[in-house]
Write a protein of this length. Structure first.
Length: 436
């Protein structure tokens, strides 16, 4: 049963600006703890830094443009709802499907990192079983209720931010500027393009704030406050984490572990080279680092559930996915469906590849959303817009251009993964056209 007393299904409004900040930062903060360091292998310090510089510009311009859409159309579908209204049914489906791919493929990568961090502390624990337990726990918490989920998210996000500040404080005494210049561009400028998905990982899923718009009190005001404060917090943490971790002993020290394998735990690696693995700071950062990973894992599961729910509600995927649980008023079936897909991806164990597929979805979402925004400004000039992006149309066009260039570069450097991504889109679009 998915309704109560024959009343229409509805998500419950409980979220204020502080919880939205917690969700916005929480969705993303795991990107500071792992994943981004794999971009150093592609581009070195300079290559990843240049990629990150342009990605920061893209996210700043995108976030404030997306805030205009979220305030004007505060619905759980996010990019799907914006594209549907601005560009029509087909582009609405593609925008929503890109969003689903991003939000469903990001959690397995984070779950693997959770397993890797715990495995560092307790080698007897295997990575995949830890990841599976994490999926069950946090899917269950999201089913239980959005207020409980968001409150938990806020607490662990605050701890995760504090941990990054502790890490930076511990790293600073060992920081040497020349470490930023060691082998800074190992593969030439082409490495900067290859590093793009890992620069995106620093900020991926910030747009998930828009997916809880239907559960936000006074969304036209609170989404702006939550979204804006979250992206500014993340930019500062990105610069601080990048510079201090590489500055300890160069980029290779936070990419490769003692066996020469690419690592999913760069911050503990950085501190191990400075203090050793028995030092309290190493153990503290490793333990507290789990909070950052859990914050993003849990938060993106929350946003993914709303995205799939909205798709099901309109029949773009099987309609049972659009049900709201009668007891908890959450999209329980959508959350469970996403968990099953995520666990299948989890068993590949390929963190970098999973991140890249999630980034393909994210960039598609950004491109379609910015085009939708430009179209809506012309199509519906009188639409009530409680917030309007500054420097229109320059801001959305900048976001659109950087996202488009990044998408092309990722396709060139990851042709097989691009083929997988386009294959998922093509099969799902064919199903959509045949069933609607």
């Amino acid at each position: 049963m998915s309704t109560t007393n024959n009343q229409p299904q509805a998500l419950k409004r409980t979220l204020g600006p502080l919880m939205l900040w917690g969700l916005g930062v929480g969705y993303v903060i795991s990107g500071m703890y792992f994943g981004w360091n794999l971009g150093l292998e592609k581009g070195g310090t300079l290559g990843l830094a240049v990629a990150t510089f342009f990605i920061i510009i893209m996210y700043l311009t995108f976030t404030f443009s997306y805030t205009e859409l979220a305030c004007a159309i505060p619905k759980a579908g996010g990019a799907f709802d914006y594209a549907l209204r601005g560009l029509g049914k087909n582009w609405g489906f593609l925008g929503g499907m890109a969003q689903n791919i991003e939000f469903i493929f990001a959690p397995p990568a984070i779950a693997i990192a959770i397993g890797a961090y715990l495995n560092n502390l307790m080698p007897s624990l295997s990575i995949i079983p830890i990841a599976l337990v994490a999926y069950l726990i946090f899917t269950g918490l999201n089913i239980y209720g959005v207020k409980a989920a968001a409150s938990f998210e806020l607490i662990i996000t605050i701890i995760a931010v504090a941990e990054l500040l502790i890490f930076a404080g511990a790293a600073t005494p060992h920081f040497e500027f020349e470490n930023l210049t060691k082998n800074a561009l190992p593969h030439g400028w082409s490495g900067a393009f290859a590093a793009i998905p890992f620069a995106i990982w620093f900020f991926l899923a910030i747009e998930g704030v828009a997916n809880v718009a239907e559960e936000t009190v006074n969304p036209q005001r609170n989404i702006l406050i939550g979204f804006g404060s979250a992206i500014l917090t993340l930019v500062m943490l990105c610069i601080l984490t990048f510079s201090t971790s590489v500055g300890i002993d160069g980029w290779e020290a936070i990419v490769y572990d003692a066996d020469g394998n690419a690592s999913d735990s760069p911050l503990p690696l950085a501190l191990s080279s400075a203090y050793g693995e028995d030092h309290i700071l190493y153990k503290l950062v490793t333990y507290l680092g789990l909070f950052g990973l859990v914050a993003s894992f849990h938060g993106i599961i929350l946003a993914a559930g709303r995205s799939t729910y909205e798709f099901g509600k309109v029949g773009y995927v099987p309609r049972f996915l659009g049900d709201v649980n009668a007891k908890f008023q959450t999209p329980a079936k959508a959350l469970i469906f996403n968990m099953v897909i995520g666990i299948i991806a989890l068993f590949t164990g390929k963190t970098g590849e999973i991140i890249t597929i999630a980034c393909f979805g994210a960039l598609s979402l950004y491109i379609i959303s910015m085009v939708s925004m430009l179209a809506l400004r012309k199509k519906e000039p009188n639409l009530k817009r409680p917030f309007k992006v500054p420097l229109y149309p320059i801001a959305p066009i900048i976001a659109l251009v950087i996202a488009s260039v990044s998408f092309v570069a990722m396709t060139i450097y990851n042709p097989m993964l691009a083929l997988i991504y386009f294959g998922i889109l093509a099969v799902s679009f064919l199903w959509f056209k045949m069933s609607n």
